[in-house]
Ligand binder design. Structure first.
Ligand SMILES: NC(=O)C1=CN([C@@H]2O[C@H](COP(=O)(O)OP(=O)(O)OC[C@H]3O[C@@H](n4cnc5c(N)ncnc54)[C@H](OP(=O)(O)O)[C@@H]3O)[C@@H](O)[C@H]2O)C=CC1
Ligand SMILES: CCCCCCCCCCCCCCCC(=O)[C@@H](N)CO
Length: 301
């Protein structure tokens, strides 16, 4: 119906988790390309600093940047964002959901509060926020982009990510449902499957991340948040529905194609064949690492 390409200039983009990491990098990237942006997160002081920094990148007269401080894991706060937009007569063109958190640790060592936090921040901020925004999204048929942040972990869940991987798989599934349901309204639903990138959240998660988890995910060296944002925006401009930010993420996504959106048809189909042949061997290698570690731990006792 509408082009699935993304023309940034003059659009109004609302970014959740926009006060740091990927969300903030995306806000700066899009603002530099002429978009108007509204960033949302819980901490007002951080948001105020971000707005000041973004303003310095202004490209033209009247370009707009604003913030809303809200905890989007609470539905009333999502409704407050909706009311703010309506009261200011702001109709977003695009929504980017970046809020997320990981607490990598052996499951037995994860307090229930961290499991709740994983559900709240990775999942509820997405479904509650999109639900509250629906009246604006479905108001009339027009080109819109809904961008959800999942993770490579949704293609391959492994040791240490029990608090996080299920939520990112849920975000992927939610995006797939929305791609169908919002199609009649001109909404392109894009799901991002980032590999590791540097951010405040990434630094925090590394404090609890087991050595084995670090070893397995070493295949995805952290890139800068700015680089990650640039890849995401380029992919949006190319019309990609599933967006990968590094090679290993693209390979793992190709290994699990199923009925998913795909590009480079032959390359990805070839890889999905390779994946069905050798994928289990990769996992068996990781099982070997786990057994080796538990033997070493047993020796030390
Ligand atoms: N960094 C990485 O290696 C990877 C990250 N990802 C995903 O990419 C996304 C961005 O990651 P990253 O930049 O590292 O994240 P950060 O942890 O650095 O930033 C998270 C942002 O979300 C906001 N936020 C947290 N909770 C809420 C809430 N309840 N309501 C509103 N805003 C909230 C935070 O601000 P405040 O605390 O003030 O609310 C902050 O702005 C996340 O979804 C993450 O899971 C995926 C793959 C790899
Ligand atoms: C031939 C194929 C070999 C495959 C080897 C498997 C390697 C797995 C790499 C997965 C990297 C996961 C990065 C995302 C982590 C994330 O989301 C957190 N950092 C959250 O912030």
């Amino acid at each position: 119906m509408f082009s699935n390409k993304y023309n940034v200039d003059g659009r109004l983009v609302v970014i959740t988790g926009g006060s740091q990491g990927l969300g903030f990098a995306l806000a700066k990237n899009l603002y530099l390309k002429g978009a108007n942006v509204i960033i949302i997160s819980r901490t007002k002081t951080k948001l105020l600093n971000c707005v000041e920094e973004i303003k310095k990148l202004s490209q033209k007269e009247g370009q707009f940047v604003d913030y809303v401080a809200a905890d989007l894991s609470k539905y009333e706060e999502c409704e407050r964002v909706y009311e703010y937009l309506v009261s200011k007569k702001l109709l977003p063109d695009d929504l980017i959901c970046c809020a997320g958190i990981a607490y990598p640790q052996k499951f037995a060592k994860i307090p229930i509060s961290k499991i709740d936090e994983g559900i709240d921040i990775n999942y509820k901020t997405v479904v509650y926020f999109v639900h509250a925004m629906l009246p604006l999204i479905t108001e009339r048929v027009r080109e819109q982009h809904l961008v959800l942040c999942s993770s490579v972990i949704a293609s391959y869940a492994f040791y240490g990510y029990s608090q996080y991987a299920p939520m990112k798989a849920a975000v992927k599934a939610f995006g797939d449902c929305m791609r169908h349901e919002l199609l009649p309204y001109g909404v392109n639903v894009h799901t991002v499957f980032p590999g590791n990138f540097e951010s405040e959240g990434y630094a925090q998660e590394n404090l609890t991340k087991p050595a084995l988890t670090k070893e397995i995910e070493g295949a995805s060296p952290a890139i800068s948040a700015e680089k990650c944002a640039e890849i995401v925006v380029n992919s949006l401009q190319n019309g990609s529905l599933y967006i990968y930010t590094d090679f290993i993420g693209w390979v793992l996504g190709s290994f699990s194609l199923g009925l998913n959106p795909r590009e480079w048809w032959f390359a990805q189909i070839f890889l999905s064949f390779i994946g069905s042949l050798v994928g289990r061997l990769v996992d068996l290698y990781h099982e070997h690492l786990i057994r080796r570690q538990s033997r070493e731990e047993a020796k030390q006792k």
